[in-house]
Design a protein around this ligand. Structure first.
Ligand SMILES: [Zn+2]
Length: 440
């Protein structure tokens, strides 16, 4: 993309939300060389003779940042998971390339390396079309997502900025073992952290409790020993990496934050004293409310065992997020996109779910822009401020009054990435359609 000219353009006439402060009217934003050159009262640009876009009736805001995606998964109904879930219903061995809606779906479990890498690029671009201009990949497959990250950073492909965990570190047989790195003992933890860093991880993911998608693991049970948690997170922090911790039960969450976790992912079971401690330590909660939503909205696609497991935690999960927010905790929007029924490009729905759980629209928007940028470590992204990259979303109406203006992509008017008009370059439709009729 570096060989193509980015237009200098002045956006004026609409409302501007900078990612932090309350939206303002009467201001204009000048974009130049892929960056935000100036944001100021529109009167300052009275003599501007260059390209202009009138955004009257619209809101200009930073592109949304999703702090929890899996580029190697694509939200398919979990045929492909049966084998690794040890479930009885057999897919006949064709699940990873099953014909759905007249096309072969890619379920990513058994794809070859080349196909997998291409699919991850497609998924990354699907995010971008949906207004998601940066993502944090929370565990990929064999480190191939890092090639996608690097190709986008190098300007070879237009896509969202990506930071990568590499392989999530889990106990032997623990949640996500099928794509993660199994580690046991303090030395094993330190070695797993170093292996990820060697491969190019931007931060380290630890799977401290069980999870829904790995049958036989209990989301509320702490998987690692105290010694392992401290050794792993301690090593990540010693080597300058943030620690993102998959933790669902209260005990695992409490142990992880005391050991230095930067963020808690999911956080199904948050007791009040843990909430208090997280806030004191400045820990981010990444809500992933798309998960209970997927179980409620699309229960039939899951096997009965998995649906029961998912629904069991739905209410507890939403309630924990609500209490964390109400107590004043820091939220960064994250979805677990790639999880069954959570589709790349539909990520912004999470903002609606956050509001449904009681988060004020403006706080949800902050969680999906400036706060997510802070957690993920995207310098110069997530805000509309001078010198920042022009990662922007323009929507019809005012999302601080009606969150669906952002969460429902039908209201999206335009997406910009580093100043490139995304829809004019990539089109608005994903390279392959979402695999089921379940879409919103
Ligand atoms: Zn995840």
């Amino acid at each position: 993309m570096t060989d193509r000219q980015r237009d200098e353009k002045l956006f004026s006439g609409g409302r501007i939300f900078d990612g932090v402060n309350a939206p303002v009217d009467g201001h204009a934003l000048l974009m130049r060389d892929g960056r935000i050159a100036r944001v100021a009262p529109a009167s300052e640009f009275a003599g501007y003779a260059g390209l202009r876009e009138d955004i009257s009736g619209k809101t200009l805001l930073p592109g949304i940042i999703d702090s929890h995606v899996h580029l190697f998964l694509a939200g398919q109904i979990p045929f492909g998971f049966h084998m690794m879930l040890n479930e009885k219903d057999d897919c006949g061995g064709i699940c990873s390339m099953r014909l759905m809606n007249g096309r072969f779906s890619r379920n990513y479990i058994d794809l070859d390396q080349a196909d997998r890498t291409l699919a991850m690029l497609e998924n990354a671009q699907a995010n971008l079309r949906g207004g998601i201009t940066s993502v944090r990949d929370m565990c990929g497959r064999d480190f191939y997502e890092m090639k996608v990250r690097d190709a986008i950073d190098a300007g070879q492909h237009l896509g969202p900025s990506i930071v990568c965990a590499g392989k999530g570190i889990t106990i032997t047989g623990g949640h996500g073992w099928w794509s993660g790195l199994e580690a046991d003992g303090a030395d094993g933890m330190r070695r797993a952290v170093r292996e990820n860093i060697k491969a190019g991880s931007d931060f380290i993911k630890f799977v401290v409790t069980g999870g829904i998608l790995t049958m036989g693991t209990d989301p509320l049970r702490t998987a690692f020993t105290q010694e392992e948690i401290e050794a792993g997170i301690g090593e990540a922090r010693r080597l300058g990496k943030k620690a993102a911790v998959h933790a669902q039960g209260n005990d695992g969450i409490a142990r992880a934050i005391r050991a230095g976790a930067t963020s808690i992912e999911h956080g199904f079971e948050l007791r009040d004293e843990t909430i208090e401690e997280m806030i004191k330590l400045g820990v981010f909660l990444v809500p992933t409310l798309a998960i209970p939503d997927a179980f409620r909205e699309s229960g039939k696609g899951f096997s009965p065992a998995m649906r029961d497991k998912g629904l069991k935690f739905a209410e507890m999960h939403v309630d924990s997020v609500r209490r964390y927010y109400t107590a004043g905790g820091k939220l960064a929007m994250g979805t677990d996109t790639g999880f069954p029924y959570i589709y790349h490009g539909n990520n912004a729905r999470e903002l609606f779910l956050m509001c449904e759980a009681g988060v004020a629209p403006l706080d949800a928007l902050r969680a999906g822009t400036s706060s997510a940028a802070e957690l993920c470590g995207f310098a110069n992204r997530g805000r509309l401020a001078e010198g920042y990259w022009a990662d922007m979303l323009i929507v019809n109406g005012d999302p601080s009054a009606d969150i669906t203006r952002v969460s429902d992509r039908a209201h999206h008017h335009a997406v910009y990435k580093n100043g490139f008009d995304v829809h004019s370059r990539l089109g608005t439709e994903p390279a392959r359609p979402w695999p089921t009729p379940f879409s919103r």
